[in-house]
Design a protein around this ligand. Structure first.
Ligand SMILES: [Zn+2]
Length: 169
């Protein structure tokens, strides 16, 4: 489980980012970009850019190599990652215990812990950034359709009930 000090440390980092960005509800100012995670934002309100749009503006690639386990543990293990996601993953890694992140004595237990923390962080990032927005959008869509088309809107639209719990006899 996460370190007890993580939430407050994370809160303090978020507060510092809101101060740096000049707003408590930061968002990339490029039209059509929905990046709103403080970890991936630069600049100052109202001229906030996400890291990827900042890179694009500077003529740099928006895709980078992320050191999966960190440079100190394995400088050769890298994955290609979108720049904004890279900022998030590095931010999560900053929350690892220093001993796990640096493993100065080469402890196999800490190396195994790092191997487990990498997919854990991936799952958290994917859940927060890619799954949560979709289920929130689907719930909003259902609410809108119920309001406009009735509670069983899919029947009226002729859509199959793909999640029917009916048991075939
Ligand atoms: Zn952006």
């Amino acid at each position: 489980m996460q370190n007890e000090s993580q939430p407050s440390n994370n809160e303090a980092r978020a507060e510092a980012a809101f101060e740096r960005l000049g707003t408590r509800r930061p968002k990339c100012s490029v039209p059509g970009c929905n990046e709103s995670d403080w970890r991936a934002l630069t600049g100052k309100h109202p001229h906030i850019l996400c890291y990827e749009h900042m890179c694009a503006e500077q003529g740099r690639s928006t895709v980078e190599q992320q050191h999966t386990l960190g440079r100190k543990i394995d400088p050769d293990m890298e994955v290609t990652m979108a720049g904004n996601d890279h900022r998030i993953m590095d931010s999560y890694k900053d929350q690892w215990p220093k001993e796990t992140r640096e493993n100065p004595d080469g402890s196999p237990a800490l190396l195994a812990a790092a191997y487990l923390r990498v997919p854990f962080d991936w799952l958290i990032m994917i859940a927060k950034r890619y799954l949560e927005p979709v289920f929130l959008w689907l719930e909003a869509l259902d609410s809108l359709f119920c309001e406009k088309l009735g509670r069983r809107w899919w029947v009226g639209l002729g859509l199959p009930d793909i999640y029917s719990r009916r048991v075939e006899q």
